[in-house]
Design a protein around this ligand. Structure first.
Ligand code: LCV
Length: 259
């Protein structure tokens, strides 16, 4: 029995979490199926992707599968943890990943939703980050997701209280891009995805990667610095850069060639 149901409509990919008995807990197995689906969609140049729960689900996802958390004295959210692999797969997907939320979102699933590019929820949606409930040390990249999205005070309140933020406030503080009535949620989300699907997928994929680099660029690690320098070097080594400077000095319009 698959743990996620996938379909493509009008080149929009839908991934539906489907393990209601375990409240869509993000087990290794479920994460593997989501990552495989993203790989398949990427190969088929499907974009955008909508990540959703089943119709009418009370719980969108209960977060990391607690039963799979390592015993004490091992990093419970290391780089190779399946949840972390899933977050990176969403960040790296070369197109918008939209979280469509009906129901409650817990723990690592809240980080997953916050890692998606756009979040659209209805009046039943709520969001809680819960390491404080498990006496679990969250990781730096996860905390950065919340700071980038919400600012320090809301992020601290969420981590320190582990209380769910309900739909209305979730829109106010920036977790939700849009709060939509539940009977309009799929139509609204699909229409937004359809509009994005008419834009340049090349431009969107490069702009998304720039967001990834810049959002993760503080503090600037050597790897990030060198990657940004490499991108900038492609421009300042180009004919167009020379042409831009020369045309200004010769008081004429530049003739750019895109190289
Ligand atoms: C495995 C589960 C889970 C689950 N794992 O239904 O953010 S961090 O750092 O904490 C990170 C490490 C993380 O994500 O940790 C997980 C954080 N998640 C939570 O704290 C939510 C835990 N779940 C719940 O609070 C309740 O299950 C909710 C409120 C989601 C739903 O409550 P409800 O009464 O509707 P049950 O609790 O009865 O759950 C139904 C089945 O799903 C399992 C749970 O053990 C139960 O399994 P059994 O039927 O075998 O007893 N389940 C729920 N959440 N995260 N398994």
């Amino acid at each position: 029995m698959p743990l996620v149901n996938c379909e493509v409509t009008d080149n929009i990919g839908f991934i539906c979490l489907n393990n209601p008995t375990k409240k869509n807990a993000l087990s290794h197995e479920m994460v593997q199926e989501i990552v495989e689906a993203l790989k398949d969609f990427k190969g088929r140049k499907v974009s955008p992707v909508v990540l959703r729960g089943p119709d009418g689900c009370a719980v969108w996802s209960a977060g990391h599968d607690i039963k799979e958390l390592p015993e004490a004295r091992r990093d419970p959210l290391g780089y190779q943890d399946s949840l972390e692999k899933l977050l990176r797969a969403v960040q790296k997907y070369p197109g918008p990943v939209i979280a469509m939320v009906h129901g409650s979102v817990w723990g690592g699933a809240c980080d997953l939703v916050m890692t998606c590019d756009i979040v659209i929820g209805d009046e039943t949606s709520s969001f809680a980050i819960t390491p404080a409930k498990l006496a679990l040390p969250y990781n730096a990249s996860g905390i950065l997701h919340f700071i980038n999205r919400l600012g320090l005070n809301i992020a601290k309140e969420m981590f320190f209280s582990a209380d769910p933020i309900m739909a209305e406030r979730a829109e106010r503080v920036g977790i939700l891009n849009h709060l939509v009535a539940s009977d309009k949620l799929l139509e609204f989300t699909t229409n937004m995805a359809k509009r994005m699907a008419t834009r340049s997928s090349l431009a969107i994929s490069v702009i998304k990667e720039q967001f990834n680099i810049l959002a993760g660029a503080h503090p600037m690690s050597p790897d990030v610095f060198e990657r940004i320098q490499g991108l900038r070097r492609q421009v300042y080594d180009s004919h167009d850069y020379e042409e831009g400077v020369r045309s200004f000095l010769e008081k004429r319009a530049p003739v750019f060639k895109g190289e």
